[in-house]
Design a protein around this ligand. Structure first.
Ligand code: GTP
Ligand code: MG
Length: 204
């Protein structure tokens, strides 16, 4: 997608501060330091629109970015990361209600993009999140991040391994790199047609 304009729009520490629902939203979630803010910047072609850091725990609030291009306007939502051991317990206890209230209450949420470092194995956190999103019928994509860290052969093998281990269809798992730009066009395509990759659901 050709982005013609991207700007920071709002931030919230709790549900009471969420901006009123407007345009369709795509939310980015994943472990701290996995590369959520970097990937968002790469998607919109702006190096420092969302703040990034080599120190985990950089994004503490929910941030909205308004993006114009393609068929119209989309809001990209950068969520704080989970699983950062060094943040205080108080901080950790804030994450779950904040992220859950966002994912549960947002009528305009069109898709969630769960990020996973291509070099790491799935943890219980990602498995639970994928299950939780499927139960709430949120179309879910996986972006495997930092793909530039592996050579092409090894990268292709890892993508297959991780996809098989999590049981999502091929189109729902995209290898990406915020550094090289790999997979960015594929991810935009997947984001634009998330219904096609809605996870299979078991009947209650
Ligand atoms: P929190 O806000 O703490 O949850 O982290 P985040 O998921 O937003 O991660 P962030 O984008 O801040 O990136 C974390 C670190 O990973 C930074 O040092 C980035 O430069 C690095 N990084 C992110 N994406 C890539 C990538 O595609 N390739 C490489 N090599 N490094 C990356
Ligand atoms: Mg961040």
């Amino acid at each position: 997608m050709r982005v013609v304009r991207a700007e920071w729009m709002a931030a919230a520490a709790g549900a009471g501060q969420f901006p009123p629902p407007g345009e369709p939203e795509v939310a980015f979630l994943g472990r701290s330091n996995v590369g959520k803010s970097s990937l968002l910047n790469r998607l919109v072609g702006r190096r420092q629109l969302a703040r990034t850091s080599s120190v985990p725990g950089k994004t503490r609030l929910v941030h909205w970015y308004r993006v114009e291009g393609g068929a119209g306007e989309t809001w990209l939502v950068d969520l704080p990361g989970y699983g950062y051991a060094k943040v205080s317990r108080v901080e950790r206890e804030r994450w779950q209600p904040l992220v859950e209230s966002y994912l549960e209450s947002r009528p305009t949420l069109r898709a969630a993009v769960l990020l996973q470092d291509l070099r790491r194995d799935w943890s219980e956190d990602e498995r639970l999140l994928i299950e939780w999103l499927a139960q709430r019928r949120v179309p879910t994509l996986v972006a495997l991040t930092k793909s530039d860290k592996l050579k092409p052969m090894r990268r292709a093998r890892r993508v297959r391994e991780l996809r098989e281990a999590i049981g999502l269809p091929a189109g729902a798992v995209v290898a990406t790199s915020a550094t090289s730009g790999l997979g960015i066009a594929d991810l935009w395509r997947a984001i634009s047609a998330p219904a096609a990759v809605e996870p299979a659901r078991s009947e209650p």
